[in-house]
Design a protein around this ligand. Structure first.
Ligand code: AMP
Ligand code: GLY
Length: 436
């Protein structure tokens, strides 16, 4: 098969690395790709949201399957355009992409089909929003309806902060048009996990779980980022929780989307708050998480292309038994440019040393390129995802940090505590299992 992978981040490097290992992969192109992806795919200089050029390229190269990494182009209709051109695609339609593209759509769907999520109100006008706020207790969660690069969620600690936030959002000051409609919702107090499932419109194939570290600082402090590290499976995951996630969230959502006339195909990523053992939906994304995808792909122990192709062809029921995960834990440490998620300098030199040579370790590139002299340069905020397997979370953590320590990048930084909740839980369990 000839495959076009859309995107150029760490998630896409992990997907490309798996796709390239398939016996059925004859050619793998990636638009736009990055320096790491170039090791396993031919990178083409087309932006991940340049729908017209992506469709033209896919036609020209007689691509058999397009795999879409990020949400942007799906929200503007890339999958629909490819299907019109008779090109198979792993990724959802524009109508189904509203699940991520409009938080209001997702919340109304949950309300209509009894899918557990935080209580909420939708607002376009400042006075009604402020009136609603005075009836709530702090903390109060305020979200832009539209996509805001992962930054459109503010957790206001007081009524005054909440009022100021709605004024700034609804007037277009803080998030432009993405904030002209907002959601105000109940604060959920619990522990978060991410869960991934494939769907082909009819059949659901649950994948696995992960936990992300969204905040920039150790101990989960400081501003939110796209994710500073992740590990899989999430330490809270067990059979009962998995069953509740599938029965209460994923299955009803897939059924609801079909009933609404926009069947969901592709990967559904549920951001979940586990409150007293019950999974409550925070948000849906229509793509793999980044960096969650990196540990997921390290654990995947089957042919990814086979699974994604079956999903795109509506035959997920045929591959249910083919999906296998390594028993090990995988953990990814993100290395970012100093200053991220604020402003940072680009084009700084990175020396990977022998980081990639450790067994069970892979350095996924996110924002990198080679200069003409062959030096590796940073080109973005999140730059590398150093990912390792281990028989325990402690081992995966040690392996990933050993590899990270071999990288020389004076202009980069990373959190030293990725997986800390799982490490603490693992130690607690060890204590419990020591006979007294
Ligand atoms: P979202 O973009 O909706 O995933 O929100 C980003 C982050 O904000 C989530 O990962 C949570 O950490 C936090 N968050 C969002 N909604 C809530 C909520 N209702 N209660 C508590 N935390 C939330
Ligand atoms: N790591 C969170 C996300 O991909 O949205």
């Amino acid at each position: 098969m000839k495959i076009l992978l859309v995107g150029g981040g760490g998630r896409e490097h992990a997907l490309a690395w798996q796709l390239a290992q398939s016996d059925r992969c004859e050619a793998l192109y990636c638009a736009p790709g990055n320096a790491g992806i170039a090791e396993c795919a031919e990178c083409v200089d087309i932006g991940a949201e340049d729908v017209n050029t992506l469709v033209a390229f896919a036609k020209d190269k007689a691509i058999d399957l397009v795999v879409v990494g990020p949400e942007g182009a799906l929200v503007t209709g890339l999958a629909d355009r490819l299907l019109e051109a008779n090109i198979k695609v792993f990724g959802c339609s524009k109508a189904a992409a509203q699940l991520e593209g409009s938080k209001g759509f997702m919340k109304d769907l949950c309300a209509k089909y009894d899918i557990p999520t935080a209580a909420y109100g939708r607002f376009t006008d400042i006075e009604s929003a402020k009136k609603f706020i005075t009836q709530q207790d702090a903390p109060i969660v305020i979200k832009t309806d539209g996509l805001a690069a992962g930054k459109g969620v503010i957790i206001a600690q007081s009524i005054e902060e909440a009022e100021k936030t709605v004024e700034d959002m609804l007037s277009g000051v803080s998030f432009g048009d993405a904030g002209r409609e907002i959601i105000i919702e109940q604060f959920l107090d619990g522990e978060e996990l991410s869960f991934f499932a494939l769907a082909d419109g009819k059949t659901v194939l649950p994948l696995t779980s992960a936990q992300d570290h969204k905040q920039v600082g150790e101990g989960d402090t400081g501003p939110n980022t796209g994710g500073m590290g992740a590990y899989s499976p999430a330490h809270m995951m067990n059979e009962e929780l998995g069953r509740k996630i599938n029965d209460n969230l994923i299955q009803p959502t897939i059924k609801a989307m079909a009933a609404e006339g926009c069947p969901f195909t592709g990967v559904l990523f549920a951001g979940i708050m586990v409150v007293k053992g019950e999974p409550i939906l925070i948000e849906y994304n229509i793509r793999f998480g980044d960096p969650e995808c990196q540990p997921l792909m390290m654990r995947l122990d089957c042919d990814l292309l086979e699974i994604l192709d079956a999903c795109a062809e509506g035959r997920l029921d045929e591959v249910q038994d083919q999906i296998h995960w390594r028993d090990e834990t995988a953990l990814c440490v993100v290395m970012a440019a100093k200053g991220y998620p604020g402003s940072y300098v680009k084009d700084t030199v990175i020396d990977l040393g022998k980081s990639d040579l450790e067994p069970g370790t892979k350095v996924f590139h996110a924002g990198t390129k080679y200069d003409p002299s062959g030096k590796l340069l940073s080109t973005g905020g999140r730059v590398l995802g150093v990912t390792a397997l281990g028989t325990t979370i402690e081992q995966a953590n040690q392996n990933a940090y050993r590899a990270t320590g071999q990288i020389t990048w004076p202009d980069g930084f990373y959190r030293r505590d990725i997986g800390w909740r799982a490490l603490e839980a693992e130690k607690e369990n060890e204590k419990k299992s020591i006979p007294c």
